[in-house]
Design a protein around this ligand. Structure first.
Ligand code: AMP
Ligand code: ZN
Length: 135
């Protein structure tokens, strides 16, 4: 995609703080990290998000994320790691090229997760029906 920032980084047209590269995946530091060491794992083949990524690209991203997460954990001295993927604007996606975030986390760093709420048993059962009907 000529217009995609991450495709331009993959093509070397825009520089990045690259930490890993192979035939399928590029990983580099996020320039606006939650904490320094926050890493993005990006498939080289352009796809927008989890709703459209192909199986091979997704497997590659997942496996490299699995390999890189403990390395980022060790290098940053983090207490924990979040692996995050934002999909579509309403879920916080800024760059429309699928990627995971490896985010180092520290005790008491104050960042809270997404707000959750208690749901009724009826609503859970109805949603379960809807989802499993599509599998
Ligand atoms: P998302 O919101 O999941 O699409 O995340 C996109 C991420 O890319 C954000 O965390 C940005 O800080 C990061 N980002 C944007 N431009 C660059 C860049 N040129 N190099 C590295 N990271 C970037
Ligand atoms: Zn792209």
């Amino acid at each position: 995609m000529t217009d995609c920032l991450f495709c331009k980084i993959i093509a070397g047209e825009i520089s990045s703080h690259k930490i890993y590269e192979d035939d399928e995946v590029l990983a580099f530091l996020d320039i606006n990290p939650v904490h320094l060491g926050h890493t993005l794992v990006v498939p080289k083949k352009h796809s927008e998000d989890i709703l459209s990524i192909d199986s091979d690209s997704w497997r590659a991203v997942c496996e490299r994320t699995r390999i890189l997460a403990p390395i980022v954990h060790g290098a940053t001295g983090a207490d924990g790691i979040n692996v995050i993927m934002n999909n579509k604007k309403s879920a916080g996606q800024l760059i429309d090229h699928a990627h995971t975030h490896i985010v180092p986390r520290f005790k008491d760093d104050g960042f809270k997760g997404l707000p959750q709420h208690k749901e009724s048993d009826e609503a859970l059962a109805a949603m379960r029906e809807k989802i499993t009907a599509l599998i």
